[in-house]
Design a protein around this ligand. Structure first.
Ligand SMILES: *Cc1c(COP(=O)(O)O)cnc(C)c1O
Length: 386
């Protein structure tokens, strides 16, 4: 073996080249899309493994899964047609009556889904304040809790949870730890290496990065019956990621490291600029040294702090809504993790009853010029308070 072939390549290199893809027949460096819904058996009427019908998966989807598995240091990854369908598969695979521990405030869709299952007596739920490990430790029941759910950084206030410490709490009780690190993709946070049992990302967000796909991914270091059960939910509900979307995801992931690095730099510039601004009550961003999650985030997210932040506007709820109306560069849209910056009034989007500050604006910082973004928010704030 040559010295070169022994040398471990950086994950940045591996992802940029989609795992050094070369199509054997033609030498194409971009994979083809495999759109087929069914696969012909061979001359002995045997299934040509590993595929036989699209609900099990396809070659294009498996290629995207292999890239994410490398990013996550995982044994296996499974892609779903949305983040929500991946989360639903995890909830659905639990036996009836299972006890789960989740944050009181988290991504609203997941919280609503968990509450629906709780109302229907499918699962039993205990809650802890996001990021609060003492409350988490009190909420788990030894020998009874099956799943502890962590979202870090946590929507929409960006509390940081120490994943390694949460894993200890979950494991001491005999539970698995599920970590939703959508806000800090695996170029920054590898939750499985920190002790999580199931890593989840909405791949709609940073992994794809171009706001043209919905996708969700689960990754694990250890497979087993529970993983087979999750696979079966995907198969029977037909929520595997389509080949076309997997292809777009492969293309998007090639620039993951570059996009995320730029978004983090931009977010830090904006957070520093608007911290202490006369029209802003508070900037919620773990990158600020004053943020309670700063030290844990520094360790857990490779010294970067992500592209997500929230600002709490002074004045009234209408002032906050006006800022989103007057932005000319930030799109007034939901979602996050794309190359374009988005602003949203979270209370309007989460719906009545969801516990969120009425003047909170969630910002997804993209890869545009930071000065342009700062100028846009400044002029929108000036108009909203004129
Ligand atoms: C977007 C998101 C989800 C849900 O993912 P979809 O792809 O929109 O279904 C779950 N968790 C977090 C933190 C998210 O940001």
């Amino acid at each position: 073996m040559t010295e070169q072939s022994n040398r471990k390549q950086s994950i940045m290199t591996r992802v940029a080249q989609a795992l050094h893809f070369v199509e054997p027949e033609t030498g194409a460096v971009v994979p083809s899309i495999q759109p087929t819904a069914t696969y012909a058996r061979d001359e002995n009427y045997e299934i040509r493994k590993p595929y036989w019908y699209r609900r099990d998966g396809s070659q294009t989807t498996a290629h995207a899964e292999a890239i994410i598995a490398e990013l996550e240091n995982a044994a296996e990854s499974l892609l779903f047609s949305s983040g929500m369908s991946a989360c639903t598969a995890v909830i659905e695979h639990l036996p009836t009556g299972a006890h789960v521990v989740v944050p009181k405030v988290m991504y609203h869709g997941v919280l609503q889904q968990i509450q629906k299952y709780e109302e229907n007596k499918r699962i039993v739920v205990s809650y802890y304040a996001a990021g609060n490990l003492e409350e988490m430790a009190k909420a788990v029941r030894k020998g009874e809790t099956q799943l502890v759910w962590v979202e870090t950084p946590n929507n929409p206030n960006w509390e940081v949870t120490d994943i390694a410490a949460a894993a200890e709490i979950a494991h001491a009780a005999g539970a698995k730890l599920m970590a939703d690190c959508t806000g800090t993709p695996p170029s920054m946070t590898r939750s499985l290496d920190l002790g999580a049992d199931i890593s989840f990302h909405s791949a709609t967000k940073y992994l794809n990065g171009h706001s043209d796909v919905t996708a969700g991914v689960l990754s694990v270091k250890e497979t087993g019956q529970y993983w087979d059960d999750i696979f079966w939910v995907r198969k029977l509900q037909g929520t595997v990621l389509h080949s076309q979307d997997a292809w777009l995801l492969i293309r998007g992931m090639r620039t993951l490291f570059l996009r995320v690095e730029r978004a983090c730099q931009n977010a830090m510039s904006l957070a520093k600029h608007f911290d202490g601004h006369p029209h802003i009550e508070k900037v919620l961003y773990p990158g600020l040294a004053s943020d309670p999650g700063h030290e844990v985030a520094k360790r857990q997210t490779d010294g970067q702090f992500g592209g997500m932040m929230s600002i709490i506007i002074k004045g009234t709820e209408q002032n906050a809504i006006d800022v989103t109306r007057f932005c000319q560069l930030f799109y007034p849209a939901t979602s996050l993790g794309g190359v374009e910056s988005l602003v949203e009034h979270r209370k309007t989007v989460s719906g009545e009853g969801f516990p969120v500050h009425p003047q909170l604006l969630r910002l997804s910082i993209g890869i545009e010029d930071a000065d342009d973004l700062i100028y846009d928010l400044e002029q929108a704030l000036a108009r909203a308070f004129a």
